[in-house]
Design a protein around this ligand. Structure first.
Ligand code: PLP
Length: 389
């Protein structure tokens, strides 16, 4: 007998369970499976960050902190928002949470009621729709495709907004597509939003430091300061500093929303881990030069992966602007394989684990993560080419 809540029943089991289970089984049988399904950098956490965590332990930083994060880290996060995103925000309008994920969870739970609608461009990050449904609200899919750069248009946004719309979730650079929004497109979206004062905007910029274009990353809070009282910008150290295990996210927004998220956080997790917070201070305030090297390596891998995929008959991918994912279209292969999950299971039997597009609300393709070393990527691409030949 199970006694699950109605709220939990609204959350779908992971769409990738069949593939994950089979990957575990294959590995247990001693088969060599290259995983290109991970969502974290393969690089080691920078040494100065690890040192800061050790120092915090030695200094006895092992007790509760303020629920919304230490003043020290909120100040360091304010530096990060200004330097890396161009957003000027006081530490009092920043909340530290257990990863970007918790910030998104708390923001949505603190503001959504049954009957509310949330606009999510697809392909989307897997957790967005599930959190929305858990909160009792409705997901409204704004489909995007490779031809449109995996970005929504102002006209598409305008047509989708109803009196029930409560949030637009924007993710740039995006997971799983790597797409980023240029400043002028953000301004155009902002113009639509200006006419709909009830709509809040989540700008999930967690991958911003891993962007391959020139200049500062464009973000809505900078392009449309007139909307500042309803934009929540989500960032963190998980992806930019290879600190996924530390569980630290930082978000900037209007005082009313940051306060509401803090209220919820005070009764859910309480403060994020004190040691991780000390490490995140070092991440934001310490040297950033390592990122130049990481970006170069990611860029080279991206170019190699895209060129190899585009040379395989039946597969194609645009070149992503940021993050470390390629969204591969496999439409021509669907007649042979049925659907993208069947294709991914076939690739798995051939020794490569990737995630079907349908897990992200897309279709007929799969996501490759290039957060794996060059030799592994090359071997995996040879296997993919052979498997679909
Ligand atoms: N937002 C996006 C788009 C992500 O891809 C992820 C992680 O995969 C997160 C947020 C959450 O990151 P964190 O590990 O900091 O919770």
């Amino acid at each position: 007998m199970t006694q699950l809540s109605k709220a939990l029943a609204r959350i779908a089991p992971s769409r990738t369970t069949a593939i994950t289970d089979r990957a575990i089984q294959l590995r247990a049988e001693g088969r060599d499976v290259i995983s290109l399904s991970v969502g974290e950098p393969d690089f080691a956490t920078p040494a100065h960050v690890v040192e800061a965590a050790k120092d915090a332990l030695d200094a006895g930083d092992t007790k509760y902190t303020a629920v919304v994060g230490t003043q020290r880290l909120r100040e360091a996060a304010a530096l990060h928002f200004k330097r890396d995103l161009g957003i000027a925000v006081p530490p009092s309008q920043i909340i530290v949470s257990a990863g970007g994920k918790q910030a998104i969870f708390h923001a949505l739970l603190a503001t959504l009621d049954p009957g509310d609608e949330v606009l999510i461009p697809s392909p989307w990050w897997v957790s967005y729709p599930e959190i929305v449904r858990f909160a009792g609200a409705e997901v409204l899919d704004l489909p995007t495709d490779a031809a449109g750069g995996f970005r929504i248009t102002a006209a598409q946004l305008e047509a989708a907004i109803t009196p029930a719309t409560r949030w637009l979730l924007l993710n740039s650079p995006g997971n799983p597509t790597g797409a980023t929004y240029p400043a002028e497109e953000l301004r155009a979206l902002g113009e639509v939003l200006r006419r709909h004062p009830r709509v809040l905007v989540m700008s999930d910029d967690i991958y911003a430091p891993l962007r391959y274009g020139e200049g500062l990353h464009a973000t809505l809070a900078v392009e449309r300061p007139d909307l500042a009282d309803r934009i929540l910008t989500v960032s963190g150290v998980s992806k930019s500093h290879a600190m996924t295990g530390f569980r630290i996210g930082v978000s900037a927004g209007p005082a009313w929303l940051i306060g509401a998220m803090g209220r919820l956080q005070s009764h859910s997790s309480g403060n994020p881990a004190s040691i991780s917070q000390a490490a995140a201070v070092a991440a934001f305030e310490g040297p950033q030069e390592f990122l130049l090297d990481w970006r170069e390596r990611f860029r080279a891998r991206r170019d190699m992966v895209c060129a190899s995929i585009n040379a395989i008959p039946g597969l194609s991918t645009p070149i992503p602007d940021g993050a470390f994912y390629c969204m591969v279209d496999a439409t021509p292969l669907m007649a042979r394989f049925g659907d993208d999950e069947a294709l991914c299971l076939h690739l798995l039997e051939s020794g490569v684990a990737v995630v079907p597009a349908s897990a992200f609300g897309g279709k007929d393709g799969f996501r490759i993560s290039f957060a794996a070393d060059e030799a592994k990527l090359e071997a995996a691409l040879r296997r993919i080419a052979k498997a679909v030949a």
